[in-house]
Write a protein that binds this ligand. Structure first.
Ligand SMILES: C[S@@+](CC[C@H](N)C(=O)[O-])C[C@H]1O[C@@H](n2cnc3c(N)ncnc32)[C@H](O)[C@@H]1O
Length: 311
């Protein structure tokens, strides 16, 4: 294996320490019981025991409707109607824990996107669909390679928190226009010419974690920290509480910690929960998010810290 491989795993002697930090709920709990914790449980069992109206932002990245092995569990592709019923059941079970002005983001691929949208329209106000380009993906001989995913953006109410200034994108200016010799709406820097632009609902600046990135683990569908950072900065006030009911290896919780938000995450898989706890421990001393520097998001491969950091 390459010496530049930075993928995070668990040493045998670490597992017990991280297992001891995990929660399992057996009775209704208060916010202080779950704040900044990882719950190792089926969301169907944990959701009814969560405290009411405390969550400012829900980020859900459920298994998509495809046959997929996770560490100890396997999700089987099911009929669209059954996937819609699955989505409806976990979303409805979590609604009571959301603040009346909370925001909700739900990830999906092209196959599950319509079912997720139908469920969202029944229970939430749908605001937008973000489509993001994933560079990784298997080519196909008789089809287009799937290279994008959706994230449905919804809110509970008409009023909601949204900080657009926190999620602007810094792009290279290809045709720098000047008025009276001065840059028009762009900055001239030693590293190049850049413009700060409003973020659209098409995201092409993300890199799916791979072996030379410190955030990478062996989770098969881990999301980039940069992606989650955009959701949190835009839709959760500083100090607010973020819930992720399909936490995986903890990306949402880790990014929340790095950005000064509280978090609670749930995953059915104990190994992933332990990896999440390990990442949380590292995040206490390293607040870097690749692609987010100096308070702005940079176009892919254009930021000031372009080379992967060593841990
Ligand atoms: C798409 S992955 C989430 C990956 C995550 N966003 C990350 O960056 O690591 C979905 C996760 O849902 C978990 N999961 C599946 N069924 C679950 C259930 N009923 N309750 C809680 N977690 C579940 C799986 O173990 C898997 O880690």
């Amino acid at each position: 294996m390459s010496s530049r491989n930075q993928s995070l795993g668990l040493a045998e002697d670490e597992t017990g320490r991280f297992q001891a930090r995990l929660l399992q709920l057996s009775a209704p709990v208060g916010v202080s019981d779950i704040r900044n914790r990882t719950i190792h449980q089926d969301v169907a069992l944990a959701a009814p025991l969560l405290p009411p109206t405390c969550v400012d932002l829900l980020i859900a990245d459920p298994p998509y409707n495809q046959t997929q092995s996770f560490s100890d569990t396997k999700f089987w592709r099911i009929d669209d109607e059954d996937y819609e019923a699955f989505t409806e059941s976990w979303l409805v079970s979590l609604l009571p824990t959301l603040h009346p002005e909370a925001s909700v983001y739900i990830c999906s691929d092209w196959r599950s996107s319509q079912a997720v949208h139908r469920v969202c329209t029944r229970h939430l106000k749908v605001r937008n669909r973000i489509t993001w380009e994933r560079e990784k993906g298997r080519g196909a001989k008789r089809n287009w390679k799937s290279a994008c995913e959706d994230i449905w953006f919804c809110t509970m109410a008409r009023d909601y928190y949204f900080d657009v200034d926190a999620v602007k994108l810094k792009r290279r200016v290809l045709a720098p226009y000047r008025v009276g010799g001065s840059p028009k709406d762009w900055d001239e820097t030693g590293g190049g010419n850049f413009r700060l632009t409003h973020p659209s609902n098409i995201w092409t600046d993300l890199t799916v974690p791979f072996w030379s990135m410190p955030e990478n683990t062996e989770h098969p569908t881990q999301k980039p920290e940069k992606l989650v950072a955009k959701l949190i900065l835009a839709s959760c006030p500083p100090g607010g509480l973020v819930l992720d009911p399909f936490l995986g290896v903890g990306t949402t919780s880790v990014v929340a910690r790095k950005l000064g938000r509280d978090f609670v995450g749930i995953d059915i898989d104990e190994y992933y929960c332990c990896l999440a706890e390990k990442r949380l421990e590292l995040a206490a001393g390293d607040k870097c998010i690749q692609g987010y520097d100096e308070g702005v998001f940079w176009e892919r491969n254009s930021g000031p810290n372009r080379t992967p950091r060593s841990r």
